[in-house]
Design a protein around this ligand. Structure first.
Ligand SMILES: [Zn+2]
Length: 360
């Protein structure tokens, strides 16, 4: 949609301020995990389970974080643009930061950045802190792309120019010198983290390089040695979400099924899904009591339980067994006549269809 309506200014030279994401620790996996399994875990570990309701709010305090209505509208529009792809994630604006996984500021001196996917709840735990900031005007074409880009991070997507399949060979010193100057003023460490560091193949989903991705920076000429043409011309991604962005968003967050199979006590369900895919169940307890839900078999999964409250699926409990020899397991008190949804995303299984799920 943005493709037709939003074209970059033709005279752009690639010298725009760029996003810089905060560093978070790499989650340790057990030592006996083989490379293939580790790589499959890394593809999905920062992504939300599909169907997650993500709340966002705009922070008004301190006043330096406050944004004008035009800026807030630009962010709201970018959320709807992602949603209109037909993805299964749900976005809702709230006013209390304590209810929000995504807390947005507009501090103009602090650049544009966002935590990546589940890092929003794993590492950005202080409700008074931002998880996303916009450091420049979002009402321009470039600002529109910035809003889409930071939300892309919040959904769990990484920087595309760090895709190991890009084949980009940097003139490292030029890159460090360029980003140390206006308008970014980055330290060498920030430049290495956001540009020079190649992501492992798994962090980018193993997909081919997409230079038009919304998750790709633009670069002025002279920073890239290979592909050679960018020695003499800037690398400017097409505006808006690229066809590959759309495919990837729908791969991880497809439209939700409405008729879910019911999970009843003591019934075993085979898990016949592929790596990265998700299976969902509805639970309608006949009795109020403590229930345990657990996966069986050699699998890595993330399992999240939601309670349906006034038509919304609200997070209730979750477990991620990836990179361990344990299975995902949730024990929770469920209440009769209420409705719950259990969502399981498969990172890895030794053999397709060899896993199962049971509740008791
Ligand atoms: Zn970014």
């Amino acid at each position: 949609m943005a493709k037709e309506s939003k074209k970059h200014d033709a005279k752009t030279d690639g010298k725009q301020p760029l996003c810089t994401i905060p560093g978070t620790p790499v989650r340790p996996l057990e030592a006996n995990i083989n490379d293939r399994r580790a790589s499959l875990i890394r593809i999905s570990e920062k992504k939300w389970v599909n169907g997650t309701l993500l709340h966002y709010c705009f922070l008004d305090e301190p006043s330096t974080w406050r944004g004008g209505d035009d800026q807030k509208d630009a962010v709201r529009n970018a959320f709807s643009e992602w949603k209109q792809l037909g993805i299964g994630l749900v976005f809702k604006e709230v006013t209390n930061p304590r209810d929000a996984e995504i807390r947005i500021g507009f501090n103009q001196g602090d650049g544009s950045w966002s935590y990546v996917g589940r890092d929003n709840v794993d590492y950005a735990t202080d409700p008074d802190e931002r998880t996303m900031n916009f450091g420049w005007d979002l009402t321009t074409d470039y600002g529109h792309d910035t809003a889409l880009h930071e939300i892309g991070h919040a959904l769990g997507f990484s920087h595309e120019h760090q895709n190991p399949k890009s084949g980009i060979q940097w003139d490292e010193q030029e890159v460090i010198d360029y980003f140390a100057g206006s308008p970014n003023y980055w330290s060498e460490e920030q430049t290495r983290h956001n540009i020079l560091r190649k992501l492992s193949e798994n962090e980018t989903g193993g997909s081919n390089w997409d230079k038009d991705s919304i998750m790709h920076y633009q670069f002025p000429s002279g920073l890239i040695i290979k592909p050679e043409k960018y020695q003499h011309q800037p690398l400017i991604p097409e505006a808006g979400l690229s066809p590959t962005d759309i495919v990837e968003a729908l791969r991880f967050f497809p439209a939700l099924e409405t008729n879910l199979p019911e999970l009843r006590p003591w019934e075993s369900h085979r898990i016949r899904i592929g790596v990265g895919e998700q299976i969902d169940f509805v639970i309608k307890p006949k009795y109020s009591r403590e229930y345990t839900m657990q996966t069986f078999g050699k699998m890595d999964t993330v399992m999240v339980l939601f309670e349906e409250i006034r038509g919304e699926n609200v997070y209730y409990d979750g477990d991620d067994d990836s990179g361990t020899s344990f299975n995902a397991k949730i024990t929770a008190r469920l209440v009769r006549e209420r409705s719950y949804v259990l969502r399981i995303r498969l990172y890895y299984s030794e053999q397709k269809g060899e896993g199962a799920l049971m509740m008791w």
